[in-house]
Design a protein around this ligand. Structure first.
Ligand code: PLP
Length: 462
């Protein structure tokens, strides 16, 4: 293949993709006969592929990212202006957009204080894990190194974050993992029957109490932190039941366990508040975020801590090891915070948090109505514009619908010009939860178009 082609020669782009690209998270055998999909352009809620076909994007770029929608000229301009002024300098020095965004971010996070810039959600989580380990060595004589994570939660693709991986589909065959990561049970009301001893009533408190059991089993003096998603994303879009978060907070306090909330998906508006944890009155020690921070216009992630955590690393300045010995080269890129400032301005000026909550209610209502019509929907759940509909073969037994059929629903929607997702990677081959996370700019018509497509697809597939 001769390597000279331009971006308008889309059949050559497809050929080059087929010859050289290793796509994320998919089997490539089908590309021997089918064309890979190339997304060429995006505007608002919609994207166009290489065939010129228009799609309504109900998953914000596939993985809950483009919160303010495509084609935002003001973000592109802010990034352009900043790059022309200063593209990069290592983050041991500061930058103008870095300072401005940090101040704006902290205004939205009462109780939090310090922002550490990095590039991806996985990395932000790794930074927090490293801090927990360092605190264990500094304060607790090398004890309290254990980090608890929850079944069905996901924290990233690196080896340490996979060591905290609650989704077996993503972790099997990648071990051995890092030591001192310990799993606690999930808190999914709909599948509580899969947990030994789960009660009918007060399941939220019971699920939180299981965390205490694990702490007691491991020894409170060995457990440094608990890492949780506010609403579990890839594990099946799971909101914790009533009573859960209050108990979690009490347990962390009781055993001196730092609470790390992974807001990589929920952060910056996805659930209808700036952060998911704010829906539940939680007071974290660490918050990590990535996807929606700049809506994918630039790569940026943040690990945010309290001043108390920060102070542990400056109180003994004579100790040559008493600072956070960590760096992220691209944490010094200025495009990220420049895009993030504008992203945040858009969310405020266009009242996208309010829109997210209102459109989330509308979508929940539409999905519940579909549940009446299609017995294959066993559960509808989520928060704001972060929703899931779990498909089951049998409502009584809750046996998951076959993944093949779930994927057929996704493909049918795609054929109708609506991109939805399917998730629940907790058990290999069990991705039976349809997943919806449209941009926060979605209108009532967009929401209805998405759920109408699902209605049609379910009718044809089941
Ligand atoms: N945490 C959560 C909750 C996620 O869903 C993801 C990615 O989907 C990550 C962390 C990892 O983020 P990244 O892919 O940017 O490394």
């Amino acid at each position: 293949m001769d390597g000279t082609f331009n971006e308008n020669d889309l059949s050559r782009v497809v050929e080059a993709d087929r010859a050289h690209i290793w796509h994320h998270l998919i089997q490539h055998k089908p590309f021997e006969t089918n064309d890979p999909r190339i997304i060429v352009e995006g505007k608002g809620m919609r994207v166009w592929d290489q065939k010129g076909k228009e799609h309504l994007d109900a998953v914000s770029g596939g993985v809950w990212t483009v919160n303010v929608g495509y084609g935002r000229e003001s973000i592109a301009k802010a990034v352009y202006d900043q790059l022309m002024k200063l593209c990069y300098f290592a983050n041991s020095a500061g930058s103008i957009p870095g300072s401005i965004f940090a101040e704006k971010l902290i205004e939205k996070m009462p109780g939090m204080s310090r922002v550490y810039y990095t590039n991806s959600g996985s990395e932000a989580n790794e930074k927090a894990f490293k801090l927990v380990r360092q605190i264990a060595h500094k304060r607790y004589g090398g004890k309290k190194t254990k980090i608890l994570y929850r079944d069905r939660d996901y924290h990233g693709s690196t080896l340490a974050t996979m060591s905290a991986g609650g989704q077996d589909e993503r972790t099997v065959q990648y071990g051995p993992f890092a030591p001192d990561f310990v799993r606690v049970p999930h808190c999914m009301e709909y599948r509580k029957h899969e947990l030994d001893g789960a009660p009918e009533e007060n399941f939220g408190e019971w699920a939180a109490d299981q965390i205490e059991e694990v702490i007691l089993r491991e020894g409170p003096d060995t457990v440094g932190a608990l890492c949780l998603e506010p609403v579990t994303a890839g594990g099946g879009v799971i909101e914790a039941p009533e009573g859960y978060w209050q108990r979690v907070q009490e347990i962390c306090k009781k055993y001196d366990v730092l609470l790390h909330i992974d807001e990589v998906v929920c952060g910056v508006g996805r659930t209808g508040t700036w952060f998911g944890y704010q829906q539940y009155g939680v007071k974290p020690d660490f918050v990590t975020m990535a996807k929606g921070v700049a809506s994918g216009y630039a790569a940026i992630a943040c690990m945010v801590t309290t001043e108390e955590v920060f102070n542990m690393f400056k109180d003994d300045a004579d100790d040559p090891l008493n600072y956070f010995r960590d760096i992220s080269t691209f944490g010094g890129c200025t495009a990220g915070p420049a895009a993030a400032i504008e992203n945040m301005r858009i969310i405020e000026d266009e009242n996208l948090l309010g829109n997210c909550a209102a459109m989330g209610d509308r979508m929940t209502g539409n999905l519940r109505a579909l549940m009446e019509k299609h017995k294959v929907i066993g559960d509808v759940r989520g928060k704001g514009l972060f929703l899931g509909a779990e498909l089951v073969a049998d409502r009584a037994t809750k046996e998951p619908a076959p993944e093949k059929l779930t994927q057929a629903v996704v493909a049918d929607c795609m054929a109708q010009g609506v991109i939805i997702g399917a998730t629940n990677r907790s058990v290999p081959g069990r991705n039976n939860t349809l997943c919806f996370s449209p941009a926060l700019i979605a209108t009532a018509d967009d929401i209805d178009q998405i759920t109408d497509a699902v209605d049609g697809a379910l009718g044809r597939v089941f």
